[in-house]
Design a protein around this ligand. Structure first.
Ligand code: GDG
Length: 505
């Protein structure tokens, strides 16, 4: 029997569940972490009659023939379809590990010198994007919205537009979008831009990325900024490296209007509060407090990735112990830095750097009874994660570049009004929302030193006042707010912008 067509198709490279094998049987279990992007996106299925998710799965050439590509999942988000695109190991390596992670990722994060051009096989990247588009179109009703996520699927909108011209195409960027000077290094820039401009709506976390995108679209493709507005209350409009006073709302290109949406993803404050009030979290918090024994507790979370600035943060911690000997034995730093999927050579060096720095710092200052840094390269369960957030006096998040950074928001959601100092890089998207954080420029050792000093020395009164203000924002602009905002934007494109107060000139 033919499957019912979907009115919302989400195209995201990761599968929306954890696939586990138990007693020889494959089970699709809900993600262990109830927070994060996958549950946030699955939440949209509750709003539509039928939803579908398209992702890839590595399948060997031998198994491709018998592989069950289409499955239906029934979990706490309801019933939805999933298309698993079977990619061979070679396709995964070329499309994901090499082109996405070694060429596009460094460019998007403004690390062009790490961009590995020679290894890129653009034809494979294009082909995989075509497969995603075909799968999405096969599932989509004629008037569906197909919502494509992130840079590794940049070429999907153009293929969709050709296959199913009347569907609405939405695209969301989770990463930064760099200025034209950096973006235009990519030799495929025009093809990428043409595809993105085939969307009905292109979304970014913060105004700077939308402005950068509009700048590239204007200079490369002659797109016209047809509507701009002052940035909304959520964003700090001046004075920060990533602030912008105004933001583009619509672009006009080839006789079409493209909505440029700027709104940051929020975190799920309710789920965090629920988990923190559970018995498990309560006993874990008591246990952590017991283990910490009154020491100043610093916590940091981020994937192993040179963009996350873990090396620069550890170097600053090393200088801290060197500069302030009175902290020896009185401070504990827990760094959760989860190792990436195997096969990405680019991250091996980053992980080696981190492990060797941690070893060297512990060797330099540690004693039999005190180890300054505890490093976890394996993921910790969500209940534990929020318990660490709750107990941490300082949360240290200083990426060199980060599209948004949800960890900062999770720390705030866990602390609520309790004292806690958040050190936040000025180069994270979240920085333009969280003006009560202690800002740090991770490119400056001196700035990092000042930031950690301020965080450690901050009075509880000041730390709880700042936290309270940040919590109000994180709670107000949470993931539900973001979902409602996106739903409104979807309605707008469905009605061909008819709800816009001011007609586009
Ligand atoms: C991309 C963009 C943008 C991490 N370690 C553990 C764990 N995590 C969870 C965190 C958080 C998520 O992973 C990481 O989200 P971030 O936003 O910080 O960073 P990216 O993974 O780089 O995400 C980023 C995001 O997309 C959304 O658009 O903000 O800029 O790069 O939720 O909690 N969770 C658990 N154990 C861990 O060890 N349970």
């Amino acid at each position: 029997m033919e499957r019912k067509k979907s009115s919302l198709v989400i195209v995201y490279h990761r599968q929306p569940y954890e696939e586990v094998k138990e007693k020889g049987k494959v089970l699709f279990k809900e993600n262990k972490s109830p927070n994060g992007i996958v549950p946030a996106l699955k939440g949209f299925f509750g709003e539509v009659e039928r939803g579908c998710w398209v992702a890839w799965k590595q399948v060997s050439a031998k198994e491709q023939g018998s592989f069950e590509k289409n499955i239906t999942i029934n979990d706490s988000f309801g019933e939805y379809d999933v298309v698993r695109l079977p990619l061979t190991a070679e396709q995964v390596k070329s499309f994901y590990h090499v082109t996405s992670k070694e060429a596009l990722w460094p460019t998007l994060h403004s690390f062009p010198w790490l961009y590995n051009y020679d290894a890129v096989d653009w034809n494979t990247f294009r082909e995989v994007n075509r497969l995603f588009a075909e799968a999405a179109c096969a599932e989509a009703a004629d008037d569906a919205i197909i919502w494509v996520h992130d840079y590794n699927l940049w070429l999907v909108p153009a293929f969709i537009r050709k296959i199913k011209p009347n569907v609405k195409i939405a695209f969301f960027h989770h990463t930064p979008f760099p200025a034209a000077d950096v973006f235009n290094i990519l030799p495929w820039r025009e093809e990428i831009l043409d595809s993105l401009l085939d969307s009905d709506i292109v979304g970014f976390h913060i105004p700077r990325y939308s402005e950068n995108f509009a700048g590239v679209a204007r200079s490369l493709r002659g797109a016209e900024i047809s509507k701009s507005k002052a940035v909304e209350e959520i964003f700090t409009s001046s004075g920060l490296p990533l602030s912008e006073p105004t933001v583009v709302e619509t672009l006009k290109h080839n006789g079409r209007e493209i909505l440029i949406d700027t709104w940051p993803i929020g975190t799920n404050t309710n789920i965090i509060t629920e988990h923190l009030s559970s018995f498990d979290a309560g006993s874990r918090i008591a246990q952590i407090k017991n283990e910490i024994q009154g020491m100043k507790f610093i916590f940091s979370v981020g994937r192993v990735d040179y963009t996350k600035g873990t090396k620069e943060m550890l170097e600053a911690f090393d200088r801290l112990l060197e500069r302030r000997k009175e902290l020896i034995g009185k401070i504990k730093f827990f760094v959760v830095c989860v190792a990436p999927a195997k096969g990405m050579t680019v991250y091996k060096a980053a992980q080696r750097d981190i492990e060797s720095l941690v070893g060297s710092i512990n060797g330099k200052y540690g004693t039999l009874g005190w180890t300054p840094i505890m490093l976890s390269t394996r993921p910790i369960p969500f209940d534990e994660l929020v318990s660490y957030y709750k107990t941490a006096d300082v949360c240290w998040i200083t990426p060199l570049r980060d599209g948004l950074n949800l960890v900062a928001k999770e720390y705030i959601a866990s602390k609520a009004s309790e004292p806690g100092a958040l050190i936040l890089s000025e180069f994270t998207g979240a920085a333009v929302e969280l003006s009560e954080a202690i800002y740090a420029n991770p490119y400056s050792g001196k700035d990092m030193d000042e930031a950690i000093d301020r965080a450690i020395d901050m009075s509880d009164d000041e730390a709880s006042q700042r936290m309270e203000l940040m919590y109000e924002k994180v709670k107000k602009w949470d993931v539900t707010y973001w979902a409602n905002h996106i739903t409104e934007q979807f309605k707008l494109i469905k009605n061909n912008f008819k709800n816009t107060q001011e007609a586009v000139r």
